[in-house]
Design a protein around this ligand. Structure first.
Ligand code: CA
Ligand code: CA
Ligand code: CA
Ligand code: CA
Length: 410
């Protein structure tokens, strides 16, 4: 289940942007509510800066992450408004004034943008916790601080307890993600190292009853993209690493040009096992020809598209850092294979920017994960909204004809 901000059982899509005419616009944060027909701008909850009780000098609102911080069954929004806030979910969706989070305050004179956080149950007690990696950037300071804030959170935003998190010295440029590495109730951390240039290894840290980062499990194989899921449905998490084969042209890199591949790490030895299963466009059943520069594997999403209990993967491809197509590979008793896979084109760049992978979640509540592409990450033009293409999942895979909509006029 993804974010369900109004608790109706349908996954909702967090959105942010601006309302009003250029020159007289106001930032907002909110959601498009999921429903039987998927997602539509008609079913949106938009909270502007003034709705949220924020100061007039707040120029941008960004939904950083979501999670049920107070444990009331409604997903809450963590919002960057120059500093960190929570907007509480409820039966009507997100509502009320934004509550400032002292533990997610902008560290003057440092920049808030360098904060990475991950929401999940990091100690296995059934409550959502938040891990925060704060990169303090300024002159002459360049250091990072990591903390773990234990849920449940009070309505004033205060955690049950906060503690420092010990991370290796080379963790500073990473983004935090959560996944289940070892099958216990405490979600583990993946420190995702900068992956849009050369392929980088990501660091896996084990959590336990005492919280996150109790033990370094090791590095993953280097990749541009990653995903986690259970492709063979054996109950243990598999790791997917994508290597695009697009060389980084910056000096000091000697990446190889190739058509791109995805490697699946799983099986009895766990996801850090040395021998992955490799899938390329040349694998049996995968559509298309494998050619150097294809960028197959330059973006990944994981979810159960055909509802058979095995996770599936959406693999992006396109030259350089662009996206031209997405191939859905299916999981099964043998894990992820090319059998029955199909590709759909990524919509061409429009007025709202270029499309990339956004999420793979069940927005219409039919048990099949739906593939959402969007222009959100291209961020151009930043004030106008974003374009979305929703390919509904089903027993045969994703519908090649997407539902298209924008948040231009919310
Ligand atoms: Ca919902
Ligand atoms: Ca909540
Ligand atoms: Ca499946
Ligand atoms: Ca669905």
């Amino acid at each position: 289940m993804g974010a369900d901000v109004n608790g109706d059982g349908y996954t909702d899509l967090p959105v942010d942007g601006y309302v009003g005419d250029p020159g007289d616009s106001e930032p907002y944060a909110g959601v498009l509510l999921g429903g039987e027909d998927g997602l539509t701008p008609e079913r949106s909850v938009v909270l502007t800066r003034s709705d949220l009780g924020l100061a007039d000098d707040v120029e941008t609102l960004t939904v950083l992450d979501t999670g049920d911080l107070d444990g009331d069954g409604y997903t809450d929004l963590l919002v960057d408004a120059g500093s960190g806030f929570v907007v509480w979910g409820g039966p009507e969706g997100p509502a009320g004034e934004a509550v400032p989070l002292p533990w997610l305050e902008k560290d003057e004179p440092f920049d808030m943008y360098a904060v990475s956080l991950a929401v999940g149950d990091l100690d296995g007690d059934g409550h959502s916790d938040v891990a925060v990696l704060d990169h303090l950037q300024g002159t002459p300071v360049d250091e990072f601080e990591a903390a773990y804030h234990q849920g449940p959170f009070d309505r004033d935003g205060s955690p049950t307890e906060s503690s420092a998190m010990e991370l290796p010295d080379d963790a500073d440029d990473a983004d935090l993600a959560v996944f289940d590495a070892d099958g216990d109730a405490a979600l583990d951390l993946l420190l995702v190292r900068n992956y849009d240039e050369s392929p980088a290894p990501h660091l896996v840290l084990r959590s336990g009853p005492d919280g996150p980062a109790q033990e370094v499990l090791g590095d993953t194989a280097p990749g541009h993209a990653y995903g986690t899921g259970d492709f063979d449905a054996d109950g243990s998490t598999d790791l997917l690493i994508g290597v695009s084969g697009i060389p980084n042209n910056e000096p000091g890199h000697d990446d190889e040009l190739h058509p791109g591949y995805v490697d699946v790490y799983g099986g009895d030895d766990g996801f850090l096992a040395a021998e992955p299963v490799r899938l390329t466009r040349a694998s049996e059943g995968v559509p298309g020809e494998a050619e150097d520069g294809d960028g197959f594997g330059n973006g990944l999403l994981v979810g159960d598209v055909n509802g058979d209990g095995h996770d599936d993967a959406a693999v992006m491809a396109g030259p350089f850092h662009s996206f031209e197509s997405v191939t859905v590979l299916f999981g099964g008793p043998e894990g992820l294979t090319g059998e029955g896979s199909a590709s759909v084109p990524v919509p061409e760049r429009g007025d709202l920017g270029s499309y990339s992978h956004h999420s793979l979640a069940d927005y219409n509540g039919d048990g099949y994960a739906d593939l959402l592409l969007s222009t959100v990450s291209s961020g151009f033009p930043p004030n106008a909204g974003a374009g979305y293409a929703l390919h509904l999942g089903g027993p045969e895979g994703v519908d090649p004809e997407p539902l298209e909509f924008t948040t231009e006029e919310l």
